[in-house]
Design a protein. Structure first.
Length: 312
């Protein structure tokens, strides 16, 4: 059996999956990463995935959000209107400082787990995916600093500035195409890692979901002004649904567990740090409810040790 953990993007809402995993860890008194063979995360989920791969506990990552979240999302609050004039809503400096304090100088190649972290290349519009050296042809990414990988997958348009690679490539948030990365995780497992599809057990953690709010009625030819405020919401719902469907089609419906509780519209936000306590409580309660099934499927023996093809 091969176990996969995937974590969605969602800004400060990453508190939810971090709290979920921290609650499981507290129950079993063991690091949750020990039980997974592959961890895939986008944006805030990429930060959590990197932390788990580098040996941090989910409890430590939850503390990262609780302690650093309010500072990271403090930035240009009084100048929010500037984001529409070419300035990002927040400076990336507080996030970068927090990540350096958390990850230090560690590189992707220091990960004890196979990792997949998506981003997007703005130069040519192609996907840009950071991966540990879990295949012979993956010869470069493992040398990248973990902080830089985290900043690139989390460079959400309008929220944080574009992050350039050392070669000058402009990269932005992987959530632009894989906010829910569960589909790509199963594709990675079956194609690149050559794991039998019937051997996969997948845990997909979202960051809470709100109901799709689109006006329906006789007038279905809604204009640009209306769709300007709805497009991202529609896209995110569609991408997540398609990704989840892909994973279930390939691995089997019974082998993919999705935990992404519905919440009222406007309850949480990507930068609503004031809701950290509520997100933490929701993660704890969802873990408590899921533990019996979670234990049965994912908490058997530790995963086999990851031995990369290329090392630092």
């Amino acid at each position: 059996m091969k176990r996969i953990l995937t974590i969605d993007g969602g800004g400060i809402k990453g508190v939810f999956p971090a709290a979920f995993l921290a609650t499981v860890e507290d129950t079993i008194e063991d690091n949750i990463a020990n039980y997974f063979d592959l961890i895939v995360g986008t944006s805030t989920g990429g930060i959590i995935a990197l932390g788990l791969g580098l040996g941090l506990s989910a409890k430590e990552l939850l503390a990262f959000y609780e302690e650093r979240g309010p500072t990271i999302f403090k930035g240009n609050r009084g100048l929010r209107w500037l984001r529409w004039l070419g300035t990002s809503k927040y400076s990336s400096t507080p996030l970068e400082n927090a990540l350096r304090n958390c990850f230090g100088d560690k590189r992707l190649g220091d990960s004890k787990k196979r990792l997949v972290i998506p981003s997007l290349n703005l130069e040519n519009g192609e996907v840009y995916v950071y991966k540990t050296a879990h295949h012979p042809r993956l010869e470069r990414d493992y040398k990248e600093k973990a902080v830089e990988v985290a900043l690139k997958t989390a460079a959400a348009p309008t929220y944080f500035p574009t992050r350039r690679s050392s070669a000058g490539t402009p990269l932005i948030d992987g959530g632009t195409w894989a906010n829910n990365p569960v589909g790509m995780s199963v594709v990675e497992a079956i194609t690149l890692l050559d794991w039998p599809r019937d051997s996969l057990k997948v845990l997909s953690l979202g960051c809470t979901t709100e109901p799709l709010n689109v006006k329906l009625g006789r007038n279905v030819s809604l204009g640009g002004l209306y769709w300007a405020t709805k497009f991202v919401d529609v896209f995110m719902h569609a991408q997540s649904h398609a990704s989840l469907g892909t994973s279930k089609l390939l691995a089997g419906h019974e082998n993919v567990i999705r935990i992404d509780p519905p919440v009222a519209r406007g309850k949480f936000g990507l930068d609503k740090a004031s809701e950290i306590p509520s997100l933490k409580g929701l993660g704890e309660s969802q873990a408590r409810e899921a533990l019996p099934k979670f234990r049965e499927i994912f908490l058997g023996n530790h995963a086999e040790q990851f031995v990369p093809f290329h090392t630092l």
